[in-house]
Design a protein around this ligand. Structure first.
Ligand SMILES: [Cu+2]
Length: 267
């Protein structure tokens, strides 16, 4: 990731002088450097303007406002409370985030995988994000993130301050068709609607780690997760594990459970 950042900075350093010369009739070294730094710092390489989760939104084009409350409850849980995060592709959302807790918290929009990666970095060093897809708020503070959801998929809002995610500080963010599925699932969980139709994916079990609760599956595209065909490790609970064996051809559904891709259904 550091290499990526370096590459980004270098690319900007080399490309900006030409751009500046064209628009301002001669670029100054100092300005170019500042710009390169701005761009390099705007995201940790892969957290650039075009993320899977979308891009910074235009305040003049906000479609909806979503309220989010950050809070710690008496049971040691840390939570995001508030409106459901189900959006349409292309929607621009103003998240108004209020930290009603006693601790500092953050709100980061990303893929589940992106957040997991960032969380690992944060565990090494609690660094403050300064990306448009995130905001960090002191206790009692309120802030905003304006975001355009450009792609369908399952995403996540999370607090990546060490220990907070594990304490419950993450919420599913569903966009597009996936969002409709989530909505139906939520409704059916409340006993109101017919069960959602889920897309099963074909795969072959190549490895089982019953102790670790891990199964390696050589699988086709996972439509609900926007993932291409590949060989990958999934989690599975004991009941699921008992139904699996090495070499078995299966049709399955995988979903993020507590931030980990888990086999939830099998046939
Ligand atoms: Cu937090």
């Amino acid at each position: 990731m550091k290499n990526l950042m370096l590459t980004t900075a270098i690319v900007f350093t080399f490309t900006l002088p030409g751009y500046a010369a064209g628009t301002h009739g001669g670029g100054h070294g100092a300005n170019n450097h500042d710009q390169a730094e701005m761009h390099g710092g705007a995201g940790h390489g892969d957290h650039h303007a075009e993320m899977m989760v979308g891009m910074p939104g235009d305040a003049a084009k906000v479609d909806r406002t979503i309220k989010v409350t950050m809070i710690e409850n008496g049971d040691g849980e840390m939570l995001f409370e508030g409106d459901k995060m189900i959006f349409e592709q292309g929607e621009t959302i103003r998240f108004v985030i209020e930290n009603k807790g006693a601790l500092e918290h953050e709100f980061v929009l990303d893929t589940v995988e992106g957040n997991a990666e960032h969380k690992t970095e944060m565990a090494k060093m609690d660094m403050e994000h300064d990306d448009p897809n995130s905001i960090r708020l002191d206790a009692g503070a309120t802030g905003e993130v304006i975001w355009t959801f450009a792609n369908d998929g399952a995403f996540e809002a999370a607090c990546l301050i060490p220990g907070h995610y594990e304490s419950g500080m993450h919420r599913a963010v569903a966009v597009g068709e996936r969002a409709m599925m989530e909505d139906m699932k939520m409704a059916s969980a409340e006993g109101k609607a017919a069960p959602a139709e889920v897309a099963y994916t074909k795969g072959k079990v190549t490895k089982l780690d019953a102790k670790g609760g891990k199964v390696t599956i050589d699988h086709g595209p996972l439509l609900n997760l926007d993932m291409p065909a590949m060989k990958m490790v999934f989690r599975a609970d004991e009941a699921m594990m008992s139904k699996l064996s090495e070499g078995q051809e299966i049709e399955f559904v995988a979903e993020p459970v507590k931030g980990k891709l888990t086999v939830t259904q099998l046939r």
